[in-house]
Write a protein that binds this ligand. Structure first.
Ligand code: GLV
Ligand code: MN
Ligand code: MN
Length: 397
């Protein structure tokens, strides 16, 4: 990126959190649930919201709500998440939270007296980077994720969700569907950095979301016989890494045969993981997405046929989301007929969409890269996004 471009990380909120969770090994940021960086970001949000005069509430599922007005029915909600993928970019998540705070600050400064309450929500573990299930906080709240299953999830170090929660003083006994919390909100609007090239191609700073691809995650396990790398002849090996390598190629081959589909093996782990050790088992994680539920299921069935269905364990499944078309049109009209774009990435707004009307505003990302340090947004586009969110909120309040 050109250094003359003014980056969105010059926004006050972005500057305040710029050092939190920086990952010098991977580049970018690693901010996973309840690790020190995430805890620091949550504390930052609480402090920032309180400074704005908002009342902060922690719900039963790890999400944070900051209220302008008395929490109650018919509220407008906005927000996003603060956690990141390993080595992620600065904007995925935080831009939505910071834009929400900036929009509220601007509305307050303008003297607006809202006719209904407004909540800024920070959702927990949107990326699923620590416990493997994306949009965990919103999925628990809407009842999509069983709290017993959530408590039993483990991170890479084998720490259970329940134990990780205990270490940070979060009580998991109340987790689960929260109808009372949901009933308060009339609609939810999430601003997010765009994660593809749609806005670059359209030459527009902002867009409104139409849909999210159906997507899911699967764990694949390959077993073999652990052995000595030097003492075991090539023909005497039962090396699971070979089957795993073939499976990675099969994933790519299958996805290329399904138009519009995406399938990724972004993580692989050899056990025990020694460079002079033939692995005894290999685990890999598959992320698969396509336009419809049926197309995604067909893709995964095709991969399973090539790789062996018995290896598959489904970790999560999120059906295709179609955002409320009336709300999308209303938001687009408020933004001078902003274009309407589909999203290849998942969002908490997608989880909430089957319970409340939901909309998303995307802000252009001139690199088109996301989930990587090169993710970017120009300051002027971020300011356009904030102004857009402010305008939409004003029209609803
Ligand atoms: C979240 O960003 C996802 O789509 O995985
Ligand atoms: Mn993301
Ligand atoms: Mn995100």
């Amino acid at each position: 990126m050109s250094t003359t471009m003014r980056s969105g990380d010059q926004l006050t909120g972005m500057r305040e959190i710029a050092q939190i969770g920086r990952d010098s090994r991977r580049g970018g940021y690693s901010r996973s649930l309840w690790q020190p960086a995430d805890m620091e970001l949550r504390a930052w949000f609480v402090e920032r919201a309180q400074r704005l005069g908002l009342d902060v509430e922690h719900d039963r599922n790890g999400n944070i709500w900051a209220w302008w007005g008395i929490p109650g029915p018919n509220a407008i909600a906005t927000g996003s998440h603060l956690d990141s993928v390993p080595g992620g970019g600065p904007f995925d998540g935080p831009l939505g939270v910071i834009s929400a705070l900036e929009a509220v600050a601007a509305l307050k400064k303008s003297g607006l007296r809202p006719s209904r309450p407004l909540a800024v929500i920070v959702f927990a573990e949107e990326e699923g980077s620590r416990f493997g299930v994306a949009c965990l906080g919103s999925a628990l709240m809407t009842g999509r994720l069983d709290p017993n299953r959530a408590r039993a999830l483990t991170d890479e170090a084998g720490v259970s969700f329940a134990e990780a929660a205990r270490r940070v003083g979060f009580d998991t006994s109340g987790m689960g569907p929260d109808q009372a919390a949901l009933e308060r909100i009339a609609l939810f609007i999430e601003l997010h950095v765009e994660q593809g090239r749609g806005l670059i191609e359209l030459g527009s700073a902002t867009a409104v979301a139409s849909s999210i691809l159906a997507h899911g995650r699967w764990t694949l396990t390959f077993s073999g016989q652990g052995n000595h790398a030097g003492a075991t002849a090539m023909r005497e090996r039962d090396d699971p890494m070979i089957a795993a390598a073939r499976a990675v190629l099969s994933v790519q081959e299958a996805a290329l045969e399904h138009p519009g589909a995406r399938a990724t093996v972004g993580r692989i782990s050899a056990n025990p993981g020694g460079s002079n050790v033939i692995a005894s088992s290999v685990t890999m994680w598959l992320d698969a997405r396509a336009e419809s539920d049926q197309a995604t299921r067909a893709l995964v069935a095709d991969i399973a046929e090539r790789v062996g269905a018995d290896r598959f364990h489904e970790d999560s499944w999120t059906p295709e989301v179609r955002f409320d078309p009336d709300l999308a049109r209303q938001v687009a009209a408020t933004l001078d007929e902003a274009p309407i774009l589909p999203s290849g990435a998942g969002h908490d707004a997608g989880i909430l969409a089957d319970r409340v009307p939901t909309a998303m505003i995307f802000v252009r990302n001139p690199t088109g890269i996301s989930h990587a340090p090169e993710e970017w947004a120009e300051l002027d586009d971020c300011l356009a996004g904030i102004a857009a969110l402010e305008r939409v909120l004003r029209s609803l309040l």
